[in-house]
Design a protein around this ligand. Structure first.
Ligand code: HEM
Length: 411
């Protein structure tokens, strides 16, 4: 059946299931879907059926549409049928700005926004450079490492832990596995990990109440202590969990995906080594080319609407394929969307989302990528893959896209 034809019942039948095989080759598979139309009915691995928006213009419309909300009430039946637990503080990502609509969203975002202003983030530059250099120093004598394990993994978690005020200790290492807990249906293992992360951060908040430090968590506690009750305990914890989860795997995978892209186009890496002044625009190109958040979080349909020629009903679930949409802005980006071109003038993309939930951590993510990729290329001029790139294993489920490991060699 071709796009847009058939009865509404036909249209609502999922055209495909998002399997690990799909995810391993997702950008090419999404390009095939884009060629057929901007909005598709899919079944996720969890069993949930949703509309997925794959094109740039429709993605921007969806992410600002007044009837596409975070309030999951109209979709409760569909969610319960596949075992989703939504908006429950203490499990997964409950009680935070990303899962809220205005006015709660506005209030929660405003409380943290100051800490993520471009000026505040720029001040973190020297410390991020130091953490980067320490990790590269530790890699140097080894000659061959898993780049995810040795570098792209530890860098973002160290940065976010320092920002929040999570002390150094064995827990920082555990954060990596704890943060794998994501939205939606959790496996028993993920649920246990999410609970551990919640418990750890709840205990840390209690500790910081009596011994505040110069960190974001202490600043949020200070806001909570103000008498106008701007932040409940559940919201404080939800915000801390969100910052750890949203600030971590996202950046890990952007760095890893970027290095894979540069391994495929080594002339682009050489260009950057020779002309480091291109790095700021190169980071936008990396975000456009293969960022980490493949799918947005879900939106729930509050009123019937039409999008990309599809009839979308109240209670439906909509997600945006951000990576796909970013490859679909050729008119703005001068063509050839499937290659990295670090000289592309300010690439347009939607890697950080769009509208009120546009990534709060974008200035931090950009700065980390700028420092990490630049330092890695300078420090190891002959950095190369130590495994067959098409043979890499990719995140098999969920909204993220990235390699599980990335063996590299260097002298
Ligand atoms: C939201 C992407 C790094 C904090 C988002 C959204 C995207 C995104 C796509 C919107 C999701 C949606 O609308 O469903 C990314 C990418 C990153 C990154 C690609 C790295 C390459 C970070 C970092 C932080 C962060 C480092 C900070 C610690 C947040 C927060 C939100 C968010 C708090 C929720 C904003 C809101 O609901 O108003 N991010 N992110 N992100 N991100 Fe990021």
């Amino acid at each position: 059946m071709s796009y847009g034809s058939g009865t509404e019942v036909d249209q609502r039948r999922p055209a495909l299931t998002i399997t690990p095989e799909f995810k391993a080759d997702s950008l090419r598979r999404y390009a095939e879907l884009r060629a057929q139309g901007p909005v598709h009915r899919v079944r996720f691995g969890s069993g949930l059926e949703a509309w997925v928006v794959v094109s740039y213009e429709e993605a921007r419309i969806a992410l600002t549409h007044p009837a596409l909300l975070k309030d999951s009430t109209p979709a409760e039946k569909a969610l319960a049928a596949v075992g989703f637990i939504m908006n429950k503080p203490g499990v997964g990502l409950g009680g935070n700005m990303l899962e809220s609509d205005p006015p709660t969203h506005t209030r929660l975002r405003r409380l943290v926004a100051g800490a993520f202003s471009p000026r505040r983030i720029q001040q973190l530059g020297p410390r991020i450079q130091q953490i980067t250099d320490d990790l590269l120093d530790a890699m140097a004598p080894q000659g061959e490492v898993d780049l995810v394990e040795a570098f792209t993994g530890p860098l973002p978690i160290t940065v976010i832990c320092e920002l929040l005020g999570v002390p150094e200790g064995p827990e920082r290492r555990d954060f990596r596995s704890w943060t794998s807990a994501t939205l939606g249906r959790l496996s028993d293992e993920q649920r246990a990990a999410a609970l551990k992360l919640n418990q750890y951060l709840a205990a840390l908040i209690e500790h910081k109440r009596s011994e505040p430090g110069d960190d974001l968590l202490s600043a949020l506690i200070a806001v909570q202590n103000q008498e106008d009750g701007q932040l409940t305990q559940a919201e404080l914890l939800g915000t801390a969990v969100l910052l750890v989860v949203a600030g971590h795997d996202t950046t890990v995978n952007l760095l890893a995906n970027t290095m894979i892209g540069l391994f495929r186009q080594p002339e682009q890496a050489d260009l950057l080594r020779g002309r480091p002044e291109l790095m700021a625009t190169a980071v936008e190109e990396f975000l456009r080319y293969d960022s980490s958040v493949e799918l947005s979080t879900n939106r729930y349909v509050a009123e019937d609407l039409e999008l990309g020629g599809r009839q979308i009903r109240r209670g439906d679930v909509v997600a945006v394929a951000l990576g796909s949409a970013s490859r679909d802005a050729p008119q703005q980006n001068g063509g050839e969307p499937d290659v990295i071109d670090v000289e592309r003038a300010a690439a347009r993309h939607i890697a950080f989302g769009h509208g009120i939930h546009h990534c709060l951590g974008a200035p931090l993510a950009r700065l980390e990528a700028f420092i990490a990729i630049g330092s890695l290329l300078r420090r190891f001029p002959d950095l190369r893959p130590a495994a067959d790139l098409p043979g890499l294993s990719w995140t098999p489920t969920g909204m993220m896209r990235g390699p599980l490991s990335l063996p590299v060699r260097f002298t």
